[in-house]
Ligand binder design. Sequence first.
Ligand SMILES: C[S@@+](CC[C@H](N)C(=O)[O-])C[C@H]1O[C@@H](n2cnc3c(N)ncnc32)[C@H](O)[C@@H]1O
Length: 299
Amino acid sequence: MQTHQLFLELKKYLTPYTEEFEIESKLFICHFLNWESNTFVSHLTEEIPEKLYKKIKSAVKTRVLENIPLAYIFKKWPFRKNIYATMPGVLIPRADTEHLVEKAIELIRQKNITTIYEIGYGSGIISIEIAKEFPNCTIIGWDISKDAFKLANTNLKKLILNKIDKLHPSLSNTIIPKFFQTDFFKICDDYPFNFSNTLFISNPPYIKTDTIKTLAPQVILWEPIEALDGGESGIEFYKKFLSWHSDKSNQGSNTKGYILFEIGYDQQKQMEKLSETYNLTLSITKDLQNHPRVCLFSN
Ligand SMILES: C[S@@+](CC[C@H](N)C(=O)[O-])C[C@H]1O[C@@H](n2cnc3c(N)ncnc32)[C@H](O)[C@@H]1O
């Protein structure tokens, strides 16, 4: 069977199950044939070996029967220019989060930020992308999840530690992100934060508890609830964090700095209220759909 025939077969099979039937068919074939997806069209008349055909069909069947996301089948997923390892139990990198990282990079450069604290690092994408751009920054992250701790360290090894000589030959003692496994709110009162030239960054759980049940089955069944559930209002994390940050400032810490959050497309109004409550300046960046997506608080 040739590639284009298999493509049509997969497309037909996947159509009732996903709106992404076309891209998924292509990604399945490229993954198993080890082709870059942007070269797919150049392989259309190639013969697919029988063994691989069977492997692909079986993977596609599993995808449908178990509602398993592609990123967990492939055990890897792209984010910006890098490929990250993935595993069930840890949120799959989302394209929306690229906006958060771009904004962080711009801000770190403009404001000469030297310390970055990430809350909820998941697979490590945000801290690792920032570390690649700014090898001299101190980056420290916390995540409540044991699986996230394992996966973020795997990605750190794959994308930074194993490449350190190539990436930054002059920096044998490069400061690399340090990931901790803990509930941030359990340590934040005692941790010796450096508040000068600092950025706090997070893509926290921001979906209302009541909305979770309306998400696609592949999300509900496979992605971790602690990465999604933002409580009754959807913004419980943001409220808790800003309240802690403001208390620190009231207790005399000079917390002048920046706080960068990814937000849900419908949460701008809630962020505006929070900025008034805590007397912070707010700036919002929109995503490609023109939805509010990144929220910057500064004081
Ligand atoms: C939406 S996911 C984001 C993961 C990753 N940063 C990304 O953008 O793909 C939120 C992450 O926050 C973590 N998390 C939730 N509550 C937390 C808390 N109180 N302390 C530390 N991490 C927390 C979850 O385990 C999850 O990995």
